[in-house]
Design a protein around this ligand. Sequence first.
Ligand SMILES: [Zn+2]
Ligand SMILES: [Zn+2]
Length: 437
Amino acid sequence: MKRRDLLRRGAAAAIGGAASAVGASAQQGGARVAPAPRRFRAYIRTDAGASVRDVRMLPLRDNMVAIRTEATQCCYTIVNQALGTGAAGGAGGAVAARILGHGGVGVVEAVGATVTRVRPGDRVLVTNTPNCGECYDCLRRRGDLCQMNPANGEPLVPIGELEDGMPVHQHNNTGGFAELMITYDWYCVPALTKAPAAELAVLGCVGATGLGAVTTFVPVRFGDSVVVMGAGPVGLSAVQGARIMGASPIICVEPIAARRELALRLGATMALDPNAEGDGLVQKIRDICSGPTDRKFLGGRDRTRDSDSRGADYVIATVGADAMPPAVERGPDPTALVPTRQAWEMTRAGGHLVTLGLPRGNLTLPAGAWSNRGRIHHAGQYGGVNAKADVPRFVRLLDDGLFNAKVIVTATYPLDRTREAFEAVGNRTTTCAVVTF
Ligand SMILES: [Zn+2]
Ligand SMILES: [Zn+2]
């Protein structure tokens, strides 16, 4: 029997044809095919708040994949959604019930009739951004801006119903805080590894964002200086990427003492507290990164105090606005505009500034220097990652022990305690929480 026919049978079984399930599963290495009607539990946001609810799955669409979730990481960007403290909503338009999350790791349970890339039994990462490979942006190697993202107008599709018949959609068309993720195949990246699910889940969003920013989006050159603003999971992944690329020094700026410790463990050569450094932070980093000499014919540069020849070769800004007041050390500015502006100021003329955080408000910069002094600004979602090409390489770094996700994952929770997980993330009392199934 041809593989395509097997896939069709798998899809039929997912929709309701239990008879073909046995054949499909036997010939695909024991892969499980979803029985119908399939029910699953999910952490769902409605106008009434967020809680774990039962969902009845709708028939699987031809171009979608049903994935049994193993783990999903709790991203700071959705703290308000997850705690029910902000307005219900998100990219893709208003929906009555939304499964929260934007990806995770799991095992393919069933595929629609036209899906050819993945099969039941495959372990996959469902990534934060899609990478269809065909749209305007994917064809220009900007998969992080893929047009299939709901942020670019792609509608959310219903994949299930609540007990009362209310249609259920998923954030990003992927969800994540659910026993099943039902998504398009262009969100799926093979994760052909036995790595622990909680560690792998980090690569669905924050880990790949930090790693990708410095290894594939704006590859750092060995021996060049790197500053990472913020030691949350994105910053700690960028620190490791900079270490892997051979950067030196690697300076991490972070208000929370426990996170500065993690940064030093993972490869930062120095960790600074922005509250202790105050207004002197930018000058201090410019001093450290201004090289050993001002003798220009010896490879030196102008080291006078106000010269913007002084500064880091690369600055990676990962600080975002506070979703809620932290229960631990607070940063200098809840909007994150101050650290973002500092990041620009500590980038040397001709250096690279990569922004990954989500500050709130409008940034003011000196227009002449912005226009003429050669600082190169790179902005990207998901660290500018092209998921299909880049994420398998990050999985290998994890497998080979070069990327340490174990240290980044500071807490794990079951689905029933998802709210608690997000409270810890919002309070910043844990660095990276992961819900495991
Ligand atoms: Zn995320
Ligand atoms: Zn695309």
